[in-house]
Design a binder for this molecule. Sequence first.
Ligand code: DP6
Length: 357
Amino acid sequence: MSITAVIPAEGLMSCWKSPSNIALIKYWGKHGQQLPRNASLSITLNQAYTVTRVRAVPSADPGNGPNLTFRFEGELQTAFATRIGEFLRSVTPWLEFLKDVDLSVETGNNFPHSAGIASSASGMSALALCLCSLDARIRGVEEEDPETFRKASFIARIGSGSACRSVYGGFTVWGEHTDVPGSSDEYAVPLENEYQSAFGVLHDSILIVDPGTKKVSSRAGHGLMNGHPYAALRFEEAGKNLSKLMKALESGDWDLFARITEHEALSLHAMMLTSDPWFVLMHPNTLRIIEEIKNFRKQTGAKVCFTLDAGPNIHLIYPAAELELVVPLLKSLEPFCHNGQQIHDTIGEGPVKLTCR
Ligand code: DP6
């Protein structure tokens, strides 16, 4: 069927808002077309998100598309456009309409570029949701069907592995794992309700130690796991840690949750410390804050723990019920943050489809 039969001349539009996520069980190491070496588990955030609008119009040169115009925060961006163009070409086998359209993508984040928040997770998940919504409409199937979300997670993964987890709210798992029915290396799945509410609403206060760009790109970092002397053990341990974390969520065992979460964060950094070449991604203030958190927990018994991304910033994780207790800790950590910068977020319900304007 010709594309003009399914897309009107003025085009079809789709608009989604999608949040970032922070992994508690880390994805670090991949193979093939963005397949993980171990299963990972994350919480989807609430207030750090990307909004993306995609418009597809029938191409004057069908079969050779997509022709892309890309705007980031209102500006035409060639560097990003090249990456998005490559991504679009790589997902055309699953989104055939792309070959026959001109695509305009407009996107923007509600968090500063320098905040150390994973913008590829929110950005790629928002774009994948827009594309899969259009694809569903063109194929005449329900746009907000579970199948569309699953496909969006699959497509987001090809853009950036961790992005596939942002397609769902709450706790999500990406990667095949015996404890998670339906889990897959190709897309993420949300955890069942019994795991979602063990600690009430979880908070994530992001302590910005250094807002600078990453010392090592994710792609290069994952690559360093190939041939890493401890890789096999790390992948095995990640699977065991995921089982333990799920037990902690199910039973509401905070101490176990905190132990595993912190162990995972430090294991990720240990992998980079022992890579060839090695990378020290923590800052002196990262270590200082970690010690302060440990001491504070010992003194007060507060339910609070930390995780780290592949960088120096700290994610302080605690249940909403602990907020009052944690406020003085946050205040005392301000001097170790860049310009005292802290971003407060919580676990969220996942992406939202917006009305296009
Ligand atoms: C340390 O998803 O950014 O944040 O698949 O190459 O895009 P690519 O990597 P990316 O890696 C994220 C690594 C991590 C841990 C995690 O989010 O699980």
